[in-house]
Design a protein around this ligand. Sequence first.
Ligand code: SAM
Length: 289
Amino acid sequence: MERLTSPRVIKEIVSKYGFKFTKSLGQNFLVDENILHKIVDGAEITKEDVVFEIGPGIGTLTQALAERAKKVVAVEIDKTLLPILDKTLSEYNNIEVINGDILKIDISQLIEEQSPHRPIKVIANLPYYVTTPIIMKFLEEKLPVNNMVVMIQKEVADRMQARPGTKDYGSLSLAVQYYCEPKIITMVPKTVFIPQPNVESTVIKLEILKNPRVYVKDEKLLFNIIRAAFGKRRKTLLNALANSNLGFDKDMIKEVLQKYGIKEERRGETLNLEEYALLADGFLKQKLI
Ligand code: SAM
């Protein structure tokens, strides 16, 4: 079969099936063999692995994954792509296509059915309109995932791996780095998609840590504090936390900051994850007193 990365083959498929690209579903199909291999190589797939793909499109990445993995489970929201996938994936007997919205299906149950004894790998050229919710769903639900190799908007990838004190650093950096070790695999220009998106892309690997990077007694409180600290980015930490909906009074905040040696005039963007973890446990203690 001819390669699905060929623009000519895509045009033929589009015309044969009367397929119409839906912009709101983030349908930008990959037409670059080199990038395709970087994604697949980055995930270090073996014949033991069950791989979950989100949004197979016409099956370009799916084919390459099926060559390497034990099984590929591909979840596609757009029904009109199903007859196309039926044809393009017909030569493989280790692919299961599921029609559904990845944000709505019970992924935990699906993993339990498809790979009960081994963590899965997640690989995708993600639809950009829902990149963050999809990634956070896998992380927050603590699903048995070994790593995720995803193509996402460049700006989002930059935020995920940003360090304290940089302009890209924010609650997404902290949330992602709490659960994973992010590593950029490659930058991707707009020109390798049909149709071309408006933004540049990056392939990023999120290696899921065995345990979150820091230990806190109350995870929800940790992320509420982080959100509050960045909600008022230009304010000092003391003012940002005091003016948030955390419900902590100023004196209590001052006391906790002082106890952990964190200067009250610092801004949220200068604190690292370890410092946020100290604050979360410190505030929890005060709340319980
Ligand atoms: N994997 C193909 C490729 O690399 O050429 C297509 C990638 S395209 C950027 C994103 C795909 O995700 C589209 O096929 C789109 O229909 C699908 N999609 C969008 N939202 C989705 C959702 N919520 N759940 C599952 N699939 C979704």
